[in-house]
Ligand binder design. Structure first.
Ligand SMILES: NC(=O)c1ccc[n+]([C@@H]2O[C@H](COP(=O)([O-])OP(=O)(O)OC[C@H]3O[C@@H](n4cnc5c(N)ncnc54)[C@H](OP(=O)(O)O)[C@@H]3O)[C@@H](O)[C@H]2O)c1
Length: 241
């Protein structure tokens, strides 16, 4: 063992979180308390702080598309991605903002909400063939729809279809149900995890919520950053990618 010696100079976050060039790469960004909670009062916002928020927004800026489960979209009241401070230069040659891609089977989504009506980059809906036809029609009027899989979204196929649309730098913001499936399917390349110095107990979900992962990925530490609030910002990448 050894201590991590903090370097006093600030870190260039754009450089530290650059996607690897020329490959399709799926990054997830999550926050958890010290005792593993991925929720506080049914949401994730209570776990973060301004540095976490800054990184959350920067990672959006670096991505070609932002994937989120419908549970998260509903719980957090997601709107479309908007431009943020710190994005200067990071989106050169790309649309002003990345689209949000919402994973949903029921399509129980408000297609009249700003997420669908005010998106600069048209929102994408990732769903399965089982989706209700009337809701699918409503979704198609307000979003780009990708249907992959029969009873449930086939994540591998959905990601391939995102890739075919030119989306190579993928960011998943959870939630835990979606992330568990991406990991189980062997699709996750990188986990950015904010460790929030809180101890919460109770029965919140962890950052992955699903059956045991059949073949857990072998993750290698890429970096650890800290801020003045004693939050840690961990970046792990898959060893075999
Ligand atoms: N700590 C963090 O970093 C973090 C990050 C994100 C979210 N959260 C928290 O996590 C909670 C929500 O998490 P969650 O796990 O319930 O939601 P989630 O993973 O965001 O979304 C689950 C929903 O995604 C859809 N879905 C998942 N797998 C699917 C598949 N294979 N095919 C089709 N649709 C699929 C379903 O939507 P339909 O029901 O529409 O069919 C399902 O209900 C909230 O409290 C949120 O605040 C925490």
């Amino acid at each position: 063992m050894r201590t991590l010696t903090p370097a006093p100079e600030p870190v260039d976050l754009v450089e530290s979180y650059a996607y690897p060039p020329d490959v399709t790469w799926l990054r997830a960004n999550m926050v958890a308390s010290l005792d593993g909670a991925a929720q506080r009062d049914e949401r994730s916002g209570g776990l973060g702080n301004p540095s976490d928020r800054h990184l959350f927004l920067l990672l959006r800026g670096l991505a070609d598309v932002v994937i989120a489960g419908a549970g998260t979209v509903r719980a957090e009241g997601y709107g479309p991605v908007r431009r943020s401070k710190g994005w200067d230069g990071v989106r050169d040659g790309r649309p002003r903002v990345p689209p949000l891609a919402v994973v949903s089977r029921t399509l129980d989504l408000d297609f009249d909400s700003p997420l669908f009506t005010e998106a600069t980059s048209r929102t994408i809906v990732l769903t399965a063939a089982v989706a209700d036809p009337a809701r699918l029609k409503a979704a198609r009027e307000r979003a780009d729809v990708i249907v992959a899989g029969e009873d449930a979204l086939d994540f591998r196929s959905a990601i391939r279809q995102l890739e075919e649309r030119g989306h190579r730098r993928l960011l998943c913001e959870g939630g835990p149900a979606v992330l568990a499936q991406l990991v189980a399917d062997g699709l996750l390349d990188e986990l950015c995890l904010t460790l929030s110095p809180q101890l919460l107990a109770g029965h919140p979900v962890r950052i992955l919520n699903g059956p045991p992962v059949p073949v857990p990925p072998d993750m290698a530490l890429a970096h650890v950053l800290q801020d003045d609030d004693d939050f840690l910002f961990l970046r792990y990448t898959r060893r075999d990618t």
